[in-house]
Design a protein around this ligand. Structure first.
Ligand code: KIV
Length: 274
């Protein structure tokens, strides 16, 4: 939102009330976070999608708390305005609420980020409540929750039947009641997103959940067209950085081979010639 010096969880709530859609993207390093922040992004998610797009794993499961903390510290150094939210990785909060609290405290103390995100509904409520009691803002995540991919067995659209959509409505209300400041809705039917977004006072942030959510999030590598092998319908490529980078590297290789790079002007000389 323009005119805001520092985006807080309250700002996101005010944006929902004002009907101003919230723009969130992921980032994993200082350089990218700085660009996003200066371009006016409202919130930056240090997503555990780093496991896929940075480390090259098939799923988000392998990334560790130490690795998430490293990425989050890099991102925080590049940000002066946006709200920075960090994913708790798989296996660092599901065991019990004390483990969840210890993981969240480590993220907050060691990174300087502003909030954490975790996946799940009623099953993780005790963890959510305990983290919130410690004064740490929590973002929920419902629908297609990638840390449960082996339980789902597929990346298809979630909550298409009555049981799963009823459960999602209930989970969303419970997360709001517990005190979450926002909820990510991933890959669910647009009608359900509309219903959930209307029923909540806190903002919903959609990814593959239609334009009816209170905000949108994309993985930065997808939005910039750096990933070319992941093309679900909800991804829009705002640039073709894979093609651009590939062409730039080809040009560089050619210039090195032909000694066109570096030129005399790009070299240092003992006589101080410039
Ligand atoms: O890890 C991530 O990037 C996410 C978004 C897809 C919401 O959780």
């Amino acid at each position: 939102m323009e005119g805001v010096r520092r985006v807080t969880t309250q700002t996101l709530r005010q944006m929902k009330t004002a009907g101003t859609p919230i723009a969130m993207l992921t980032a994993y390093d200082y350089t990218m976070a700085r660009i996003l922040d200066r371009a006016g992004i409202d919130a930056i998610l240090v997503g555990d999608s780093a496991s896929n797009v940075i480390a090259g794993h098939e799923t988000t499961l392998p990334i560790t708390l130490e690795q998430m903390i490293y990425h989050a510290r890099c991102v925080v150094r590049g940000v002066t305005r946006a709200l920075v939210i960090v994913d708790l990785p798989f296996g660092t909060y599901q065991g019990n609420s004390k483990e969840a609290l210890v993981s969240s405290i480590r993220v907050m103390k060691e990174t300087g980020a502003h909030a954490i995100k975790l996946e799940g509904g009623t099953a993780v409520l005790p963890a959510v409540e305990r983290i919130l009691q410690a004064g740490i803002p929590v973002m929920g995540h419902l629908g297609l929750t990638p840390q449960s991919i082996y339980k789902f067995g597929t990346y298809k659209v979630r909550a298409q039947d009555k049981d799963e959509s009823d459960q999602l409505r209930k989970d969303a209300l419970e997360l709001e009641r517990a005190g979450c400041f926002a909820i990510v809705l991933e890959k669910i039917p647009i009608q359900l997103s509309a219903e959930v977004s209307e029923s909540l006072k806190i903002p919903t942030i959609g990814i593959g959940a239609g334009n009816v959510c209170d905000g949108q999030v994309l993985v930065i590598n997808d939005a910039l067209g750096l990933t070319t092998d992941f093309n679900p319908r909800f991804v829009r490529h705002y640039a073709k950085l894979s093609e651009l980078t590939s062409q730039a590297v080809k040009d560089y290789v050619k210039d090195v081979r032909t000694r066109d790079f570096p030129t005399a002007e790009e070299s240092y000389w003992v006589d101080g010639r410039s």
